[in-house]
Design a protein around this ligand. Structure first.
Ligand SMILES: *[C@@H]1O[C@H](CO)[C@@H](O)[C@H](O)[C@H]1NC(C)=O
Ligand SMILES: *[C@@H]1O[C@H](CO)[C@@H](O)[C@H](O)[C@H]1NC(C)=O
Ligand SMILES: *[C@@H]1O[C@H](CO)[C@@H](O)[C@H](O)[C@H]1NC(C)=O
Ligand SMILES: *[C@@H]1O[C@H](CO)[C@@H](O)[C@H](O)[C@H]1NC(C)=O
Ligand SMILES: *[C@@H]1O[C@H](CO)[C@@H](O)[C@H](O)[C@H]1NC(C)=O
Ligand SMILES: *[C@@H]1O[C@H](CO)[C@@H](O)[C@H](O)[C@H]1NC(C)=O
Ligand SMILES: *[C@@H]1O[C@H](CO)[C@@H](O)[C@H](O)[C@H]1NC(C)=O
Ligand SMILES: *[C@@H]1O[C@H](CO)[C@@H](O)[C@H](O)[C@H]1NC(C)=O
Ligand SMILES: *[C@@H]1O[C@H](CO)[C@@H](O)[C@H](O)[C@H]1NC(C)=O
Ligand SMILES: *[C@@H]1O[C@H](CO)[C@@H](O)[C@H](O)[C@H]1NC(C)=O
Ligand SMILES: *[C@@H]1O[C@H](CO)[C@@H](O)[C@H](O)[C@H]1NC(C)=O
Ligand SMILES: *[C@@H]1O[C@H](CO)[C@@H](O)[C@H](O)[C@H]1NC(C)=O
Length: 749
């Protein structure tokens, strides 16, 4: 009772005191079943505290005095064995805490001889976290098609919840909801990455706890199916071992099935092993993956497996025939080979054979057919066979294709129109022919014994002249071809060319002459030359006997030649001697040249001229009386007046029997004489002597103009020669020194 009185006093005494801040912490937290110690900030003193008292205001506003320690200790019965008071500091330990221990704890400490100190501390009580359990609504999910809710439950008070995904905290998002104070984690439209493990972490101020991890099973796939071949190659030899592997992304693991060319195989599992593979197992393989959870499947792209029989070998070409005739035959070449998946290609020489009108490639190119073969189709043909792993080529096959003969031609060597008797001639015959043609020879259509492409004619004779031809024969095609004929003319050379005339002396206009040309030799041609000009036929001129005979009718003085006969044949020629004809004519153009008037005492010369062959004989009449003048010149040494009168000159050609006359009147007058020693050009000075010269020369000039031929002067007397010599430098008279023809026309004075 005393104690309580004192306590009341004390409480009263201290009620005016300030709040005991600093003596106790403001708050403490206690866990159910655990111990809490309210530690004061007091330091122990030598003299123990007079009073230490603890009181609690509980949750129902009930106040309980826990302990009052003075000289004795008064402990609430509810706290006996649960508390320990530390008398030196006033601190209080409270054990076996219950939720009802929560409340405001007050302490009053009165040190000896000092004012009391008061402290207050709020004790919060918490139940410890335990039994943290996560319950998923579902653990078997299909990706994107399901939601899952994870609920976290836990014992304890003032709980906070936090979710872990692996070691990361889960945060809310579109797909992820955290509800009911984070106790529920809802994942909408789960993905494969949401499998967890998820844990729930629960905590309050006094403890925490984490759930067991929860893993979600999220099915997905199959996806990204991939079929691989091992080894991976385009083609496999028969007997090889091939492993096909199918991989896919799938949860749970996919179930595999296999297909060959779309047909289901009995095999299952991710690998398909083909051991000792056969060609029949070639084809397109594919695998299908099936997910029993998602109920989805995916099929791979097909993988081609090409199994080939071993190497290409025994490539053989078989021709239907090798002996052919151009354009009339067809040939079929067949190629065979061991191996598989073979491709065939034909080669002609080094070029690839392609199909055309005449060329067919059939049976997958194993057969080459050539229709209407030509000479250019002889090959060699080879068959090239290949498959992707090897190739091979046949032996070459040559075709023998007969053709011709064609383009036959015959050549002469030497090549000329005529051959001299005794010379050598070669005839050569060619023809395009396969096989080589056989030749035979013909002369004027008659077969010769000779064969072979060459015919040699040695020391050829006249009777070997003719038309040669050769004939080529092809024993395969059984065809013939005959050449154009080639003429061989064998000639005897020209020799002994001679001309004979049936007469050599003729009368102009009434005579005819026949000139005959003869010669040795063959195939002769005749040609007549008059001087250097060729004689051509005309009214009066006939060329007969193949031009061997020249007949001239009614010859003229100009037909005297010289004639020659020129003979030729293809190999030689020759020419005759010159033949001159003597043509007799005249006298023509008989005239007297002389002065009409002279002076007495002058030397007077009268000249009578005539054109004639042979030469005429002259006779002179004076006043119709014969004189003794029988020359061309009639000379009066010294004229007298009795010499005046008419002079008549008669020219007689004894050969033609013709005669002609000419008259001339002369008058002789008085004196004097003239001087002729001056220049001859002074024609005005006319004397008998001068006139003689001038007259003579004028005759010469006239004569030259008329005949255009050379004139031969025949000197008949001394006077004339002296005159001529005297004036030759002026008149340039040229003498013909040589008579090259038998009987040229002669001009006589
Ligand atoms: C405790 O007392 C306070 C103030 O005096 C009052 O507000 C409260 O309601 C009371 N609590 C109970 C449980 O009676
Ligand atoms: C407080 O009051 C409630 C009912 O009002 C009661 O259940 C509880 O036991 C009381 N607590 C204490 C410590 O008295
Ligand atoms: C009172 O309690 C304290 C602490 O338990 C102890 O040290 C002290 O001796 C007690 N006093 C008496 C009189 O029992
Ligand atoms: C939280 O989870 C519990 C237990 O699964 C459930 O009963 C409750 O409805 C959930 N709350 C919400 C908001 O989903
Ligand atoms: C869980 O973590 C993974 C990555 O670790 C993430 O991709 C996924 O979205 C997370 N899931 C949730 C529900 O947080
Ligand atoms: C399939 O697998 C192979 C080997 O594993 C790889 O090289 C290739 O890229 C894959 N193909 C696809 C489409 O994934
Ligand atoms: C072969 O030649 C004959 C006769 O000329 C002709 O009728 C035929 O069409 C030819 N064949 C071919 C494939 O050219
Ligand atoms: C035959 O060969 C030709 C080329 O020469 C080629 O274009 C064609 O495809 C081949 N035919 C076959 C079936 O191999
Ligand atoms: C010469 O031949 C010609 C022509 O045949 C003839 O007219 C003439 O009389 C012949 N002369 C002689 C002398 O035979
Ligand atoms: C030759 O002359 C005579 C007589 O004048 C004439 O009849 C004849 O036709 C002439 N002959 C030729 C070939 O001119
Ligand atoms: C004769 O000569 C002439 C030319 O002079 C010629 O045209 C003709 O062919 C020749 N006749 C013969 C048979 O040679
Ligand atoms: C000249 O010819 C005629 C006849 O034509 C003849 O009578 C005369 O005798 C001849 N004169 C001389 C000189 O021969």
């Amino acid at each position: 009772m005393e104690t309580s009185v004192i306590l009341l006093i004390v409480l009263g005494a201290i009620s005016g005191l300030g709040h005991g801040l600093g003596v106790l912490p403001d708050r403490l937290t206690g866990a159910v079943g655990e111990t809490v110690t309210f530690v004061t900030s007091m330091t122990p003193t030598v003299t123990p505290f007079t009073v230490v008292t603890w009181r609690v205001e509980g949750i129902n506003n009930t106040t309980t005095n826990i302990i009052t320690s003075t000289s004795e200790n008064i402990t609430d019965s509810a706290y006996t064995n649960r508390i320990t008071l530390f008398r030196t500091t006033g601190s209080l330990e409270l054990r076996n805490l219950t939720p009802d221990d929560a409340g405001e704890y007050n302490v009053l400490i009165i040190p000896a001889g000092e004012a009391g100190k008061k402290g207050t501390c709020i004790l919060e009580m918490h139940a410890k976290v335990s039994n943290v359990v996560v319950t998923p609504s579902n653990t078997d999910l299909v990706e994107l098609s399901g939601s899952v809710r994870l609920s976290c439950s836990s014992s304890g008070s003032s709980l906070s919840f936090l979710w872990l995904n692996g070691s990361s905290e889960v945060t809310a998002s579109d797909r992820v909801q955290l509800t009911d104070g984070n106790t529920n984690l809802t994942i909408v439209s789960v993905t494969r990455y949401d499998q967890g493990p998820f844990r729930c972490h629960v905590f309050n101020p006094v403890s925490d706890g984490t759930s067991e991890p929860v893993k979600l099973s999220i099915s997905f796939g199959p996806e990204n199916i991939n079929l691989t071949l091992s080894p991976s190659q385009e083609h496999y030899d028969e007997g090889s071992r091939i492993i096909l592997r199918c991989s896919t992304v799938s949860t749970p693991t996919a179930q595999f099935s296999w297909f060959l060319n779309g047909d289901l195989l009995p095999d299952t599992g991710p690998e398909l092993r083909l051991v000792n593979v056969q060609m029949s197992q070639s084809g397109n393989y594919s695998c299908r993956a099936f997910n029993s959870k998602t109920l989805r499947s995916q099929t791979s792209q097909p993988a081609a497996v090409s199994v080939l029989k071993s190497q290409v070998s025994n490539v053989v070409v078989t021709p239907s025939s090798t002996d052919l005739v151009e354009l009339s035959g067809s040939v079929r070449l067949s190629c065979s080979s061991s191996g598989s998946s073979l491709s065939f290609l034909w080669l002609n020489g080094s070029s690839e054979v392609t199909a055309s009108d005449r060329v067919q490639l059939t049976d997958g190119n194993t057969t080459l057919t050539i229709f209407n073969v030509t000479r250019y189709d002889q090959g060699p043909f080879r068959c090239h066979v290949f498959n992707p792993v090897s190739d091979g080529t046949s032996e070459p096959v040559k075709l023998s294709i007969s053709f011709g003969p064609e383009n036959i031609h015959l050549k002469l060597s030497p090549s000329q129109e005529f051959y001299e008797r005794g010379s050598n001639v070669s005839l050569t015959c060619w023809a395009d022919s396969q096989p080589v043609a056989q030749f035979s020879w013909f002369l004027n259509g008659d077969v010769l014994p000779d064969t072979g492409p060459d015919l040699r004619l040695m020391k050829i004779q006249i009777n070997q002249s003719g038309s040669y031809s050769c004939q080529a024969f092809n024993s395969k095609t059984l065809r013939y071809q005959t050449s154009q004929p080639a003429a061989v003319s064998v000639l005897v050379p020209v020799s002994n060319v001679a001309v004979t005339s049936n007469t050599t002396h003729l009368l102009e206009l009434s005579g005819s002459v026949r000139l005959s040309c003869s010669s040795s030799g063959s195939s002769l041609s005749f040609l007549w030359l008059n001087g250097s000009s060729e004689v051509t036929a005309s009214d009066r001129v006939q060329l007969t006997d193949g031009n061997a005979t020249l007949t001239i009718f009614n010859v003229t003085r100009y037909d005297q030649g010289p004639f020659r006969c020129k003979v030729s044949n293809g190999v030689s020629d020759g020419i005759s001697q010159l033949v001159n004809l003597v043509v007799q004519y005249g006298p023509d153009s008989v005239s007297i040249i002389g002065p009409g008037s002279v002076h007495a005492g002058d030397l007077t010369v009268l000249y009578c001229s005539a054109v004639s062959a042979p030469s005429v004989k002259f006779s002179w009449l004076f006043n119709d009386k014969p004189t003794d003048g029988h020359e061309a010149a009639y000379v009066l040494q010294s004229s007298r007046s009795s010499d005046s009168g008419t002079y008549t000159c008669t020219a007689v050609n004894a050969a033609t029997g013709q005669n002609r006359t000419a008259n001339h009147d002369l008058t002789v007058t008085g004196l004097p004489a003239c001087d002729c020693s001056g220049a001859a050009g002074r024609a005005t000075i006319i004397t008998a002597g001068c006139c003689l010269v001038i007259a003579a020369l004028s005759v010469t000039i006239v004569y030259c103009l008329l005949r255009g031929r050379r004139v031969k002067y025949a000197a008949h007397n001394q006077e004339k020669i002296s005159v001529k010599e005297k004036y030759s430098d002026i008149y340039k008279i040229t003498e013909t020194s040589q008579n090259d023809l038998n009987s040229p026309p002669v001009m006589k004075f």
